[in-house]
Design a protein around this ligand. Structure first.
Ligand code: GP9
Ligand code: MN
Length: 412
């Protein structure tokens, strides 16, 4: 009921951090071009195979950007849709099932709705059936102004592979579709080629496959390399179209691509004897990049703080100069000087500046050793638990309807 919401609001208020004055509004009124990179994990960044970079373009782009190297995905069974849910709401997805299906009737205060109140137009570009992951329904609930789905693209056998339209073609056609968007806009792009089981036409293979017992990992490196080439073309075409300069470009890996079933091959790839429980948590890192032409290229930054997808919404809203003081969200602005390193994964594992907790075992992040002494992780245990359970309560109880009622009645 609404009393529960008050308790949650108090928790959120107590944990909110003030934004950095220099960063607040630094990208005011710019277009947002958000790219969700399918199954892209951080281990591919600055990695080579037989002397060839897996992501040459991304590696260069990072050197003109803010790059968060300890950024974790927080998705579960809802995969890409869970990552979209995190970005739009700064709420955690559910531990089971896909919240896009189970709670599409809820009240939300999505990024798109908030931006609409600030005169932004919002659009999502994804060359798949509109109903996949229930997107058509949930985008309505999120207030997405326009969904460029499969129907908006010219898709045929020649320009498709695996799950559908090849990323290069997808980006080419997307920029043409973007030209008509009212500005400023918040645009969200979801790639597809680097999707399990990672199929690619011979002509699109720019590097060799890996050589291991896992066909999946062997092919993954080639689809990762292809996606990187597509991303390069996208940015080039944005520059040609004139859309680039007045934009903020954000890149995010949606979730892991290589599951624990491929640990043996992964160990070989990373040059390790085995993939430990600790390594497995490290492998849940996905790239997160913020690129602001004229700003980040002048002064790029490698950011080592621990963070996650939950933090994206307040971070972006603050860069755009939008106040989030009254908003119900679990993330924190990544540029806030008072923010603490922290990310909780949906299975309850969590990462702090000094510790990693996995199934109630506490590890020292520096040595990767188990801490035998009782209690080191304890003070964060409660935070990790509160975050997930409060977020679940909001979703199961549809509690944002009480918040929205109050907002209506006070006109805030
Ligand atoms: C499907 C695409 C992939 O439209 O977003 O979804 P996933 O299987 O990664 O959740
Ligand atoms: Mn995905």
């Amino acid at each position: 009921d609404s009393d529960e919401l008050v308790e949650i609001q108090n928790y959120i208020k107590a944990n909110k951090k003030e934004p950095d004055e220099k960063m607040f509004g630094i990208a005011k009124d710019r277009n947002v071009i958000f790219v969700s990179l399918e199954s892209t994990q951080s281990f591919v960044v600055n990695e080579t195979l037989n002397g060839e970079e897996l992501t040459p373009y991304l590696n260069d782009f990072i050197n003109e950007s803010y790059y968060f190297e300890n950024f974790y995905h927080q998705t579960e069974q809802g995969k890409t849709s869970d990552s979209e849910f995190l970005v739009a709401n700064s709420l955690y997805p559910l531990g089971r099932g896909a919240v896009f299906f189970t709670h599409n009737d809820n009240e939300y205060n999505s990024m798109q709705e908030i931006l609409r109140e600030n005169d932004y137009y919002s659009a999502t570009f994804h060359a798949n059936n509109a109903s996949f992951w229930n997107r058509d329904i949930i985008y309505e609930a999120f207030g997405v102004d326009k969904f460029y789905d499969l129907e908006s693209y010219d898709v045929n056998e020649a320009n498709s592979t695996g799950w559908g339209l090849k990323d290069k073609e997808y980006f080419e056609q997307s920029v043409d579709l973007m030209k008509g968007l009212p500005q400023p806009f918040y645009s969200y792009f979801i790639t597809l080629t680097n999707h399990f089981p990672f199929e690619l036409d011979e002509e699109d293979k720019l590097i060799d496959e890996f050589d291991s017992t896992s066909e999946i990992l062997n092919r993954y490196v080639t689809t990762i390399r292809y996606q990187d080439e597509a991303l390069k073309r996208f940015i080039e075409k944005l520059k040609e179209s004139g859309l680039y300069d007045n934009s903020i470009i954000v890149l995010m890996g949606d979730h892991y691509g290589i599951s624990q079933n491929h640990n043996e091959a992964m160990a070989k790839f990373l040059g390790k004897n085995e993939i430990t429980a600790y390594d497995n948590v490290q492998l849940q890192r996905v790239p997160f990049v913020i690129h602001m032409p004229g700003i980040t290229d002048e002064d790029p930054k490698l950011i080592t703080d621990v963070s996650g997808q939950i933090d994206i919404k307040p971070t972006l809203l603050h860069l755009l100069g939008i106040d989030t003081t009254e908003m119900i969200q679990f993330g924190n602005d990544l540029f806030s000087p008072d923010r603490q390193s922290f990310a909780v994964l949906r299975n309850g594992s969590f990462i702090t500046e000094k510790y990693v907790s996995i199934s109630d075992v506490c590890y020292d992040r520096q040595t990767q050793e188990v801490i035998e002494a009782e209690g080191a992780c304890d003070s964060y245990e409660e935070k990790a638990h509160s975050e997930l359970s409060f977020s679940d309560k909001i979703i199961y109880g549809d509690l944002l309807r009480f918040y929205n009622e109050e907002k209506m009645s006070t006109g805030k």
